[in-house]
Write a protein of this length. Structure first.
Length: 539
């Protein structure tokens, strides 16, 4: 089973963490920057003692379990006031605190030049690639992102739809239907693993093409690689940064590096052959993502970029982002839809089915308002992290003008942040803000976006109404059009072809008793990888 967050011996892990943290704090005497002007730190009870090692260490330790609650508290107390204010959260992630900026500053801050506010290091800290990848050029010089921006843009993504639709069909029949003898029998599957296999197959085919995308050994290793990157990251981020993280971190990356080497062993020779073919003038007519990546690497004029292992790792990194993003979203969507109370679930499924039958092709160019509304609503409620869009101050002192007072008066509170400060946005709380999303923002209401946020022609805005699941500004997810298209196709396929039931206790109204329950480790919302589903093909 794919277990991204094993919890086999939490007491041991906690004990080790406390020990290393205390030692590291005594040695390094790092300080929370709690005296920053205009910014209150939630969760620290220091009073006039900003050097209080005990209270600071205790706050960092409590950040492992309290980040979500603190973010909620800070959002209500500071971000929602008429002059929205920043606050700070202690975080083991940085070993200090992170500054949580209010929503109104999103556009002005995230569009700052990279030289002032840098994304790169903060993004690497978000998935800890240096511990998971053997070649630093892949993440320090990510030319593969250009290929996504070009081939998976809104205009181009539709051309991938036919391939993903066909592959989805193959994936569902291989992984979901094959376990049972008769077509109409129920099979019991792990939700996380079953969705993981489907999305690995589809994402890998889109990125590495055929024959690699059909190699079952590679698909298995790639899925395990993606999973171990996420698990490793979760644990590494719980280690105090500095020498402890850099010494112990590699241990948490061992598993990922093992899977990486298995993948590269299979991918390398096939990519090498493609390169030779291209260099000999053959295979010019092939038009897939792998080909585009090779051509992009060749355009650098640097022969080191034509190393097949490096190209393979670039693709594996993208596959990891694709697989984990889509699996996280879809497993939650399955739990949300099929965990609803009986009456509401039946109403939704009937409406989704009618929409899918009305619109024959769930791909680009066709409006699928209710499918998209359902996915948006599930993503709104199931943020991967509590805060996101992390950036680091890259100048000695960064001045951020505050939110203006109502009526256009200048004079909102402004902030001056020193080099190295990490800023984030309270995206989880923004997604649950009653002022934006209306009544019962905590409730899964799949018709919410359909009812309230459709634009002309039935589409939703790219980043509609403050929904930030794909980020914002120049670093917004370049794979979002592909991800949404594939998620939409998958939900349509599931609704049309399978009966699904969640395994586990149900409430009196027929809803799944565990719906909406979540666990947070530091800044990450841990998915319920133990959820089982029963599935059966429809007639
Ligand atoms: C449901 C699935 C996905 C979710 C929720 C998601 C989410 C995100 C978010 C929030 C960011 C912005 C991070 C930031 O601002 O620091 C991002 C960036 C990125 N995503 Fe996605 N993503 C998904 C799927 C994909 C796919 C399918 C691909 C590739 C095919 C992809 C490739 C990337 C890349 C390369 C970046 C970095 C962009 C940059 O730094 O300029 N993502 N993603």
């Amino acid at each position: 089973m794919m277990v991204p967050f094993p919890v086999s011996s939490p007491a041991t892990v906690l004990f080790c963490l406390i020990a290393v943290l205390v030692i590291s704090r005594v040695v390094s005497n790092r300080k929370l920057r709690t005296k920053r002007e205009n910014i209150v730190t939630i969760g620290v009870n220091i009073k006039n003692n900003t050097n209080g090692i005990i209270s600071q260490t205790s706050a960092l330790l409590r950040s492992l379990t309290s980040t979500s609650e603190w973010a909620r508290n800070g959002y209500q107390r500071f971000s929602k006031t008429p002059i929205q204010r920043a606050f700070a959260l202690p975080s083991m992630w940085t070993g200090s605190d992170v500054v949580v900026l209010p929503p109104a500053l999103l556009a002005s801050v995230l569009n700052r030049p990279e030289a002032e506010l840098a994304a790169h290091h903060a993004q690497l800290d978000t998935i800890q690639l240096p511990y998971m990848m053997s070649d630093s050029d892949v993440y320090n010089n990510p030319i593969q992102y250009d290929v996504i921006r070009r081939t998976m843009s809104r205009q181009h993504v539709g051309s991938l739809a036919a391939t993903t639709a066909k592959e989805l069909q193959n994936a569902f029949s291989t992984y979901w239907s094959a376990p049972v003898k008769h077509d109409r029998d129920w099979a019991t599957l792990d939700n996380w693993e079953a969705c993981g296999k489907v999305f690995t197959r589809v994402a890998m085919l889109s990125l590495v093409g055929s024959p690699l995308g059909h190699d079952e050994r590679l698909l298995d290793w790639a899925r395990k690689y993606a999973s171990s990157v996420i698990t490793g990251t979760a644990f590494i981020n719980c280690l105090p940064p500095g020498w402890i993280r850099s010494s112990a971190g590699p241990l948490f990356g061992i598993q990922a590096r093992y899977y990486q080497s298995r993948c590269l062993r299979i991918m390398g020779p096939v990519i090498q052959e493609r390169i030779w073919k291209l260099q000999s003038g053959a295979g010019q007519d092939v038009d897939d993502f792998l080909q585009s990546t090779i051509l992009r690497c060749s355009r650098t004029g640097d022969p080191r970029q034509m190393d097949p292992q490096r190209i393979a790792l670039r693709l594996l990194g993208l596959a990891t982002m694709s697989i984990m993003g889509m699996v996280y979203v879809f497993t939650h969507c399955v739990a949300d839809v099929y965990g609803m109370p009986d009456r509401k679930r039946e109403e939704l499924l009937a409406a989704l089915e009618a929409e899918c039958k009305r619109e024959a092709r769930p791909d680009e160019g066709v409006t699928f308002s209710l499918l998209d509304s359902t996915l948006n609503e599930s993503m709104r409620l199931n943020n991967i992290s509590v805060t996101s869009l992390a950036r680091d101050v890259a100048v000695d002192s960064l001045h951020i003008p505050g939110v203006e007072k109502a009526g256009g008066d200048a004079g909102g509170i402004s902030y001056t942040l020193p080099r190295g400060s990490r800023i984030v946005f309270p995206t989880q709380e923004m997604h649950r803000d009653e002022g934006v999303y209306g009544r019962n923002p905590e409730e899964f209401d799949p018709f919410r976006f359909y009812r309230e946020f459709q634009t002309e022609g039935g589409r939703f805005d790219d980043m509609c109404k403050g929904l930030l699941v794909f980020g914002y500004g120049k670093h917004a997810c370049p794979g979002r059009h592909y991800a949404m298209q594939t998620l939409r196709q998958t939900l349509a396929y599931l609704v049309l072809n399978y009966d699904v039931a969640l395994v586990g206790p149900v409430d009196a109204d027929g809803g799944h008793a565990l719906r909406g329950k979540r666990q947070t480790l530091l800044n990450v919302n841990v998915p319920n990888v133990d959820l089982k589903i029963r599935v059966r093909r429809k007639r």
